[in-house]
Design a protein around this ligand. Structure first.
Ligand code: PLP
Length: 357
């Protein structure tokens, strides 16, 4: 709406690059990435590998490509990947695991998306000519559709052990792994130590305009580099992207995520007091707030009404909306978002049979 600053809390991908990132892009030293000659890319990859406690890293254009490259590096067609049914790779990565990697996804029961060790052990079958080949266990931490849920370290260790006992590799979709570390007050390397590979997104909490990293052993990343090229993901002067990642690390954007978590929790507490909305406040572990709006109407109706008031949220049909805090959500933004949401809700007739809070 004209004259009003729009508050964009659809996702933490909605951040714009910081001033320092824009400057770093303009000043980056550049070369040919595919030849291994972009010094800024080489620097970011080394920096990320060190921060995340892995031997090597590979810059790609998106988190989706990072996951696909990792899957192609681990698996051949007909290999079996164990994951939970709400995994981002199943829901939001355009089916690439089937159409490109040709793997068989086997769904394992989880708690808010975080797979349970016993449930995993239960799904693993001994090798047999009839079965797909068990190959990879797929974790997601924090878990997007799990409401930004965190996998407790103890649970992660137990899952890793089941995988090891059955000679399965472990991949971590760590698009938001820094959020998962901060939420548990652990160094991120504790979360990456037991996995064979992981990805991290530069465009979420780290606020970069583009890019994601695949991490693993030197050998794994060498093969991943080839797989990335197969997908057409080889780049040229990609230092313009890498420069932003370096700024994100140097400026401590991975360390400030607790602020996003605090604001998400605050927003949840406020919204929980508004009749017509229902929020599981204690379930807000990181930067995501899922709000049940079924007391007001369909989630589409609510999202449209909020947009008219200058608040952009995500639709989680049929009855929920999602709010995500990020670098550009200050205390003032959070307060204004709550005020606008309260105004919209007040105008909407409450549905009987809905769930007032
Ligand atoms: C955002 C995200 C990705 C990557 O998605 P892109 O849209 O390609 O950045 C992967 N996994 C999870 C859990 C995510 O939230």
């Amino acid at each position: 709406m004209p004259g009003v600053d729009v508050i964009n809390v659809r996702s933490d991908t909605q951040t714009l690059p910081t001033e320092r990132m824009r400057r770093a892009m303009a000043e980056a030293e550049l070369g040919d990435e595919t030849y291994g000659e972009d010094p800024t890319v080489v620097r970011l990859e080394a920096m990320a590998a060190e921060r995340l406690g892995k031997e090597a890293a590979l810059l790609v254009i998106s988190g989706t490509m990072a996951n696909l490259v990792a899957m192609l590096t681990h698996c051949r067609p007909s290999d079996e990947v164990f994951l939970d049914g709400e995994a981002h790779v199943l829901w939001y990565e355009s089916g690439g695991l089937a159409s490109v990697a040709g793997v068989v996804p086997t769904v394992v029961e989880g708690r808010r998306g975080q797979i349970l060790p016993d449930a995993l052990a239960h799904k693993i079958r001994p090798p047999n000519v009839h079965y797909p080949r068990g190959r990879l266990v797929w974790l997601e931490n924090t878990h997007n559709r799990g409401g930004g849920s965190v996998m407790p370290l103890e649970q992660q260790r137990a899952v890793e052990e089941v995988a090891r006992d059955h000679a399965l590799a472990v991949h971590l979709d760590g698009a938001r792994v820094f959020n998962a570390a901060i939420a548990q007050d652990l160094p991120v390397t504790e979360l990456t130590r037991g996995v064979d590979s992981l990805i991290v997104d530069l465009t979420k909490g780290l606020s970069c305009p583009l890019g994601a990293l695949v991490l693993g052993s030197r050998e794994f990343i060498a093969e991943a580099r080839f797989r990335k090229r197969v997908l057409g993901g080889g780049m040229r002067q990609a230092g313009v992207i890498a420069a932003c990642g370096i700024v994100a690390f140097d400026d401590g954007l991975a360390e400030r995520l607790g602020e996003d978590h605090r604001r998400a929790r605050w927003i949840a507490e406020q919204l929980a007091t508004i009749p017509g909305l229902a929020v599981d406040v204690s379930g807000v572990q990181t930067n995501m707030v899922y709000v049940d709006v079924s007391g007001l109407g369909s989630s589409v109706e609510v999202v449209v009404a909020l947009r008219e008031e200058g608040v952009l949220v995500s639709d989680r049909p049929p009855g929920q909306m999602r709010i995500v805090t990020h670098l550009q959500v200050t205390d003032e933004t959070a307060e204004e978002a709550v005020r606008r949401i309260a105004r919209v809700v007040e105008r909407m007739p409450m549905r009987s049979g809905g769930r007032p809070s």
